[in-house]
Design a protein around this ligand. Structure first.
Ligand SMILES: [Zn+2]
Length: 225
């Protein structure tokens, strides 16, 4: 559903003949950037070799650190340890529309995935989706708030988002139907996680359009009255 280049990803970054792994987006402003290196620090003991690069965002001009594990046996994206600060999206226009509960869990899930906590991220994204889907359902069906709150994700989707559900892949629906079973039997959790993330992106855009429609209608009403 979503264009790959818009996604938050780890990416290679060359500096001073050394390859680093950084995020493709600024942790402060969420924009896709090619950061500028301000400084580099090296820490080493008998067991670990850690390099810290201080980066500056050309867009918002704020600085951040990215830590990389430079032991020889660590390869590819595993070199990425953490960014300081952690990835945030408080300034992301689409996410701003959502509830604080959704924002917190979604951001924690994203940061867990960045540092390699894939199992927690998988469940975190599913629960983030559930909060988002229910927030939207309550917005559209205020009278059914109790039913929505007590339903599970799948029932909520079937009852209140049946038209959207036709757009989802069979695999995504399988994952959402029984996340435990899926987690238990699947070897490839990453593909499922990507599907869930795409679904969250879809509902974020859907929410934005919905709010715009509400605004237009209110405006019309005001005009008529
Ligand atoms: Zn920035």
């Amino acid at each position: 559903m979503q264009n790959n280049e818009n996604k938050l990803m780890k990416t290679k970054y060359e500096y001073d003949n050394q390859e680093y792994i950084v995020m493709n987006k600024c942790p402060h402003c969420n924009l896709e950037i090619h950061p500028v290196v301000e400084n580099m620090y090296y820490f080493e003991n008998n067991m670990y070799k850690v390099k810290v690069i201080s980066l500056s965002c050309p867009s918002c001009k704020r600085d951040y650190f990215v830590l990389n594990d430079l032991r020889e046996e660590i390869t590819g994206n595993d070199k990425f340890i953490i960014s300081v600060p952690r990835y945030g999206f408080r300034e992301n226009v689409i996410v701003k529309n959502t509830s604080r509960k959704f924002q917190n869990l979604y951001m924690q899930s994203i940061n867990n995935e960045l540092v390699g906590h894939y199992d927690i991220a998988f469940f975190g994204f599913i629960k983030s989706l559930e909060i988002l889907v229910k927030d939207i359902a309550i917005l559209e069906h205020k009278e059914s708030e109790d039913v929505i709150l007590f339903s599970n994700l799948n029932t909520c989707l079937e009852q209140f988002h049946s038209t959207n559900m036709h757009l989802f892949s069979k695999k995504l629906l399988e994952v959402l139907k029984n996340d435990y079973l899926y987690f238990h039997k699947t070897e490839d959790l990453q593909t499922s996680t990507e599907l869930i993330k795409d679904c969250i992106e879809y509902f974020l855009v859907y929410l934005e359009l919905l709010l715009k429609t509400f605004k237009l209608n209110n405006h019309e009403n005001r005009e008529i009255n």
